[in-house]
Every structure is written in structure tokens, then in C-alpha cells.
Design a protein around this ligand. Structure first.
Ligand code: PMP
Length: 365
């Protein structure tokens, strides 16, 4: 391995100071120190997600956060509008189907954004939709959906709850949870929060709590009322991933110090830098113009290239780990992650490696 430049869309490389924090001693998760840490982290999380709503840390991956959103607000048989722009939109739908919800689907092609006008039409035809599932940043295609516009359309045409998979956008792209009327935001520690995997974070609005009272989905570990009850005691309901919490505490502290507008600008800048370099080496982007992600760039590969082999070749020759295409995009794209604290050099090295590797005869099919 050469320089281990991890450029997948999460987990992200961690700074040395975070790695050091992760090797500190365990603490009593029902003690004073944990209570103080949880209190400060909850405040900071609400600041980054721009909400006065409740916010919780759950020991789980991002998918656990998405499941938390569904099991606490819906009931089997509920009509749910599931908007999908890729693999993770499909996953959100699968979770609601697993709990017996009746999903109405809007599917956009991989690479397209979720068009608010199309969503509006469906909402007008189904007055009884209880919740809308939307992926903010579709990591499988590098598309950032226009979440604010989508929320506006939902708020203007429906009473439905808005449940957002913000796993790969939060802390990288702006999410104005309260101002946009979002009921549940779900995100995860290993993405722009620059911590290891292990902690999902969710917000829960007043309307989400009203829906909770009626929700009939079976639940135990993800029952949000347990997290609420224990938060008042300064505790988690179950033993938390302490090491990840230590790292996340540091990230949240640094984010507040930097200022959230600066964080979003920094992500927008590195995303643009990445896209410019990609175009400079003659490659095209998968997302439609103006809908490219702030946290991951999806690049189309030339048709004559063995797109499955290229990832391993770049890793072998340069120690740079790019993301591949998933499912129908397997072999057709590469994805370059740029969430968290990213140096321009990490990006330019990755794109130079891509350019040089594309010239290798062994990759031409
Ligand atoms: N949604 C999105 C948009 C994601 O990028 C991911 C992770 N790649 C997930 C959901 C699932 O998160 P996890 O793997 O942490 O369960």
C-alpha cells in the first residue's frame, strides 16, 4: 500500500487527533462524564442540522437511522410516497415495505435528480399519503436532490411527514431542518461527520412525535421513546459505541468552531474542484448539471474500459481507493468521495491516477 488515500464516499479518513481519542479509556455510560458529553453533543448536533427539534444518537449504521425514521412514524398499511434516485432510495423503500407500508413509487433514472414537479403531481393524486421518503444525497449516483424545493412542494400539497435520508449529505451540505419543514433527518457518523462508523443520528419533529403516538410498527431497539426517556437522564438506553462517540464529540466541537456556513462552503468548493479536474481529463459526470453532490462525484467511464478492474488497479498501483459503481452502474462509473476534511492534493492525486490508469492497455476491453 502506498499512501492509503481513502476516497470512497464513507467511511472517511480520520485525522490523527481523532485516532488518538479513539484509543482513550472507556467511561461509565451511565455516569456524569457521559451525561455531560451527551448534552453538549446533542446541542451541537442540533446546531449543525439547524433544528430546535429533538435529536438522538443511536448505536447503528445509517440504515438503522432510516429504520428508526420509519418504525416510529408509520403503521403497516400506511400509504408512503417513496422517491428514488438510486440504490439508497430503493433501500429506504425496502425498509418501509418490510414493515408492511404500501409504497407509491416515483423512480428517477440513475443520474437524474428528483424533480419536484413530478412529485407535486403524485401528491395531488393521493391525498392520503402519510409520509414521504426522500434521499437528499444519492451516494450511488453522486446526485444531490433539491431538498428545499421538494420539501416546499410537499408542504404546499400534503400533510405528509417528510423523512429524509441525509446519511451522506448532513454536515457536508446545508440542511435547514426546521425552516424546510423536515420531520426526521437520518444521518451517520462515518460520512461528513468525520468519525468511524457506528453512530446514527436522527432528528424528530413535533409532528413526528404526533405520528409516533399512532404508529403501530413493531419496535424495540429503535423505539425513539426509549432514547427520549434516557436522554433526560443523560444516558443512552443501550450501551453506546463509546469510541465512535468520543470521535464524534471532537468532530462536532470542531464543526461548531469552524461555523456551519464555512463547512458547507468548503464542501461545495472541493466538489467543484473535483468536477473541474474530472472534466479536464476529458471525462463526463453522471449527474445532471446543477445537481452534482457536494460530498461524492460520480464519473462516467469510457465504454471501452473494464470498469470493474480499474478500481483494484488504481489501488494496487497508487494506494488510492475509489468507489465503484453499484448494481446497474457496476463497471460504468467510479465515485470519488470528498466529505469531511479533504486536501485538494488528495483529490488531484486521485484524478491523476485515474487519468494514467485509463491509458493502460490491460484495461481496454
Ligand atoms: N443512505 C445513503 C445516502 C448512504 O450513502 C448510505 C451509506 N453509503 C446509507 C444510506 C446506508 O448507510 P450505512 O451503510 O451506514 O447503513
Amino acid at each position: 500500500m502506498k499512501n492509503n488515500n481513502l476516497r470512497i464516499p464513507g467511511p472517511v479518513p480520520l485525522p490523527q487527533e481523532t485516532l488518538a481519542l479513539m484509543s482513550t479509556q472507556m467511561i461509565n455510560h451511565r455516569g456524569l462524564e457521559y451525561a455531560q458529553m451527551l448534552d453538549q453533543m446533542t446541542k451541537n448536533l442540533r446546531t449543525v442540522l439547524m433544528t430546535r427539534s429533538d435529536a438522538y444518537f443511536i448505536t447503528a449504521s445509517g440504515t438503522g437511522g432510516m429504520e428508526t425514521a420509519i418504525v416510529n412514524t408509520t403503521s403497516p398499511g400506511d400509504k408512503i410516497l417513496s422517491i428514488s434516485t438510486g440504490l439508497f432510495g430503493e433501500r429506504f423503500r425496502e425498509i418501509s415495505n418490510a414493515y408492511g407500508c404500501e409504497t407509491i413509487k416515483i423512480d428517477f433514472e440513475y443520474g437524474e435528480f428528483a424533480d419536484p414537479d413530478k412529485i407535486k403531481l403524485v401528491l395531488k393524486n393521493h391525498a392520503d399519503i402519510k409520509a414521504v421518503l426522500i434521499t437528499h444525497n444519492e451516494s450511488s449516483t453522486g446526485v444531490k436532490n433539491p431538498l428545499q424545493e421538494i420539501c416546499n412542494v410537499i408542504r404546499e400539497n400534503s400533510e405528509a411527514l417528510i423523512l429524509v435520508d441525509a446519511v451522506s449529505s448532513a454536515a457536508g451540505s446545508i440542511i435547514s431542518t426546521d425552516a424546510w419543514g423536515i420531520d426526521v433527518v437520518a444521518t451517520a457518523s462515518q460520512k461528513s461527520w468525520v468519525a468511524p462508523p457506528g453512530i446514527a443520528m436522527v432528528t424528530f419533529s413535533e409532528n413526528a412525535w404526533k405520528a409516533y403516538e399512532k404508529s403501530q410498527c413493531p419496535k424495540y431497539y429503535y423505539d425513539i421513546s426509549q432514547y427520549e426517556k434516557y436522554l433526560k437522564l443523560g444516558q443512552p438506553p443501550f450501551t453506546p459505541a463509546l469510541t465512535t462517540m468520543f470521535a464524534l464529540q471532537n468532530s462536532l466541537h470542531k464543526m461548531i468552531g469552524e461555523g456551519i456556513e464555512n463547512i458547507f462552503q468548503r464542501h461545495a468548493d472541493i466538489a467543484k474542484y473535483t468536477r473541474d479536474l474530472v472534466r479536464n481529463i476529458g471525462l463526463e459526470l453522471l449527474p445532471q448539471k446543477n445537481y452534482a453532490s457536494d460530498t461524492v462525484t460520480a464519473v462516467k467511464l469510457p465504454a471501452n474500459i473494464d470498469g470493474k478492474k480499474i478500481i483494484n488497479t488504481i489501488y494496487r498501483d497508487y494506494g488510492i481507493d475509489l468507489g465503484g459503481g453499484q448494481q446497474k452502474l457496476a463497471g460504468k462509473i467510479v465515485r470519488i468521495g470528498h466529505m469531511g476534511w479533504v486536501d485538494k492534493k488528495d483529490i488531484s492525486d486521485a484524478i491523476s491516477a485515474l487519468k494514467e490508469t485509463l491509458l493502460q492497455d490491460s484495461l481496454i476491453v
